[in-house]
Design a binder for this molecule. Structure first.
Ligand SMILES: C[S@@+](CC[C@H](N)C(=O)[O-])C[C@H]1O[C@@H](n2cnc3c(N)ncnc32)[C@H](O)[C@@H]1O
Length: 307
């Protein structure tokens, strides 16, 4: 059973101002919760393109949205490739609900969670060759440390990478439980609320799936897909993703290109602004949603409009 509780649904619908006769993109269709709400709100002729890298999500979604099959098209693809199917300048709204879905986290064999034992896999797209186990096996300690620091903000990254290198010299490191236990040994909790493996697991997941690269390219692809006045709604779950969205918006709301290196006003090259913020501040779930769906607690919605 593929179950994911979509977050901030009403806020997304409001942000995208859905209308019949317009085209929309859900770049992260997952369990299809947002997509279904978007299709209902754009009845009876609004069109939806849906994308997901995860084959199980695409299959589950195609079944869930069967009654809308005459006005939606769901593909297994990275959202950064949406331009291959969606004609530039034709969409009224794009949604990117980033990160992983509940079924990905909850199914031990997908290897995303340190709370259950499974293979160190972490691939969103299981056709891909690179897995977390392979990164842990093949990268030099310095490269692993960089990943833990850059994608996990793990301040103890060098020591952790060294401990992994020593551990893998004695046995294959292939299971989530092995990595979680290694982290518990080398960084005991000491009163912290979060598990010591949290940052390392997040970092490996982002690296395996090149999530930050996909988001950067995906935002550009979304902007190309939008028509003037079209809206881009992005839900993020951690500060790294959110920073990329903020930087994207800040860069394209400016009506000039700064000089390389330093932003000196006299050296700015004028160009038209391409976007504006619909709301300056990120939209967060309200108390009722937080109570009903604790996984929504880190969600933040940002909304931009193409000029
Ligand atoms: C938070 S869930 C989305 C849930 C969805 N909005 C719903 O209502 O069920 C994120 C989904 O995005 C997918 N995903 C993440 N990055 C992606 C990318 N770059 N391209 C396509 N799909 C991606 C994941 O596989 C996952 O299914």
């Amino acid at each position: 059973m593929f179950r994911h509780n979509p977050v901030l649904v009403q806020e997304v619908l409001q942000a995208l101002r859905l209308q019949a006769s317009q085209r929309y993109v859900d770049g992260t269709i997952g369990g299809g919760g947002h997509a279904e709400a978007m299709l209902k709100s754009s009845a009876s002729i609004g069109w939806l393109y849906g994308f997901d890298r995860d084959g199980a999500a695409v299959e589950a979604c195609q079944a869930r949205l069967a009654e809308y099959s005459d006005r939606c098209e769901i593909r297994r693809a990275n959202f950064d490739e949406m331009g291959e199917w969606v004609e530039a300048g034709t969409c009224a709204g794009v949604l990117l609900d980033l990160g992983v879905s509940s079924p990905q986290l909850d199914q031990a064999e997908r290897g995303f969670s340190f709370q259950q034992d499974g293979p160190l896999d972490m691939r969103m797209d299981q056709r891909q060759e690179l897995t977390a186990a392979r990164l842990l096996r093949e990268l030099e300690p310095g490269e692993l440390a960089n990943i833990f620091w850059e994608y996990g903000g793990e301040s103890d990254s060098r020591r952790i990478a060294q401990a992994i290198a020593m551990d893998r010299a004695t046995r294959p490191l292939e299971r989530t439980r092995q990595l979680a236990e290694l982290m518990e040994r080398i960084s005991p909790r000491g009163g912290r609320k979060t598990h010591p493996a949290t940052k390392v697991f997040q970092a490996l997941r982002l690296a395996v799936n090149d999530e930050m690269g996909s988001v950067r390219r995906g935002l550009e692809a979304a902007l190309r897909a939008l028509q003037p006045g079209g809206r881009l709604a992005v839900i993020t779950f951690h500060s790294l993703e959110d920073r990329v969205v903020k930087e994207f918006g800040r860069r394209l709301e400016r009506d000039y290109e700064p000089a390389p290196g330093m932003d000196v006003p006299e050296l700015r090259r004028p160009r038209p602004a391409q976007l504006k913020w619909v709301t300056r501040k990120a939209i967060a779930p309200g108390a009722a949603e937080l109570r009903a769906n604790p996984r929504s607690r880190s969600a933040q919605l940002r909304v931009l409009e193409k000029l």
